[in-house]
Design a protein around this ligand. Structure first.
Ligand code: N2P
Length: 365
């Protein structure tokens, strides 16, 4: 009886621990940008693998980096932009990928892989996911009402000339809330190198924003999608695919509100967002399974079709909706591509200086 009891105890003990071990293997914690996946991507992965995904979102590299540098993030998959990746790799934030577990790696666009190898030599730590530009999302009817038929929607003058910003104030202007993306935009507009660390250049960039600050409704990196779609904003400096999504939402709502995206003639910032596994991830096997799943052409094409960003998967291109492939916001033509600049990769210490200056811009003092 006694021994039966002990066996029972041992069995239940094993059972409990077996369940815990299994539960650990069957979980994946993902931290991705908001509005950056198809509605059923995660469910499909869960159905196919039996792994349950905890899916959280952020809307700026600054937020993600704060989580990563604070210590254990708790995530198995994160998606930094290439401008943040290199320094995070150097800081030991990521583990190398086990490419033997990523047979779908072969689907990636090799030119693009070479480009991102500048931030991650040998593509050892990260997989390119999507890329895009930071341009102007606008409501053509409202902008023309405020500035006339010749409104310079193809130029950053639309926002950086205080007289234009003042006329747009009543219909709403927003900027992204990201020092590392918005200050280089002002530097570029002023003709300074986008990666300038010269305090005088930075002061001028700050001044440019200060002059139009009274006309800005808000600084936020995701809210503008619904505000553009609902007609609550007339100009938003935003991410290409997010504006494409705003346009799609406005059309679905009946098409009363019009939304367009412009890459200004002076050029715009571009980014590659990269999928990586933190060094202290607990579910490394599941993380590789998820990355390999994302690298499937059908899965990747479905994501692009829903979020409006170009992906890095050559094999997925024929599966991308023609409307998206022909949308110059999502897939800019060659001459426009040539005007894009890479968002600079700044050391953590200088990024802090930029964040301090940006906080002053937001406060308006
Ligand atoms: C998704 C924004 C992703 C692009 N909402 C910025 N890296």
């Amino acid at each position: 009886m006694k021994s039966f009891g002990r066996t029972l105890l041992a069995v239940s003990f094993l059972g409990v621990f077996g369940t815990i071990a299994q539960a650990n293997d069957k979980v994946l914690r993902v931290y991705n940008w908001s509005d950056y996946i198809a509605p059923d991507t995660v469910r499909k992965f869960e159905d196919e693998t039996g792994i349950s995904v905890v899916y959280d979102v952020f809307d700026s590299n600054e937020t993600l980096e704060a989580r990563l540098l604070a210590g254990k993030s708790g995530y198995d998959i994160v998606v930094p932009s290439n401008s943040f990746l290199a320094k995070q790799i150097k800081a030991g934030v990521y583990q190398p990928l086990d490419k033997s577990k990523l047979p779908n790696w072969k689907n990636l666009n090799t030119t693009l892989l070479n480009n991102v190898a500048a931030s991650d030599p040998g593509n050892a730590h990260a997989v390119p996911y999507m890329w895009g530009s930071i341009g102007i999302g606008f409501n053509p009817d409202k902008v023309r009402q405020a500035l006339g038929a010749d409104a310079p929607v193809n130029s950053w003058d639309l926002l950086f000339k205080p007289e234009n910003a003042a006329k747009l104030k009543s219909c709403g202007i927003s900027f992204l809330d990201s020092a590392t993306e918005m200050l280089p935009l002002a530097l570029h507009y002023l003709g300074y190198p986008v990666n300038s660390q010269d305090p005088q250049h930075l002061a001028k960039a700050q001044e440019l924003f200060m002059k139009i600050r009274p006309s800005v409704a808000y600084f936020h990196s995701s809210k503008y999608i619904s505000d553009l779609a609902n007609g609550n904003l007339c100009v938003a400096v935003g991410y290409s695919g997010d504006v494409v999504q705003a346009k799609a939402r406005a059309e679905e709502a009946g098409g009363m509100v019009k939304v367009e995206y412009s890459i200004p003639k002076e050029g715009a910032g571009s980014f590659y967002d990269m999928v990586a596994i933190p060094h202290d991830a607990e579910h490394v096997e599941a993380a590789h399974q998820f990355i390999n799943f994302l690298l499937r052409p059908d899965i990747m094409a479905e994501i692009t079709n829903n979020v409006g960003y170009s992906n890095a998967n050559a094999a997925a291109t024929p599966l991308v909706d023609e409307a998206i492939r022909n949308d110059p916001g999502s897939y800019p033509p060659e001459p426009v591509l040539a005007t894009l600049y890479a968002i600079p990769d700044q050391p953590i210490s200088f990024a802090r200086v930029m964040t301090r200056d940006w906080t002053r811009v937001k406060l308006g003092k």
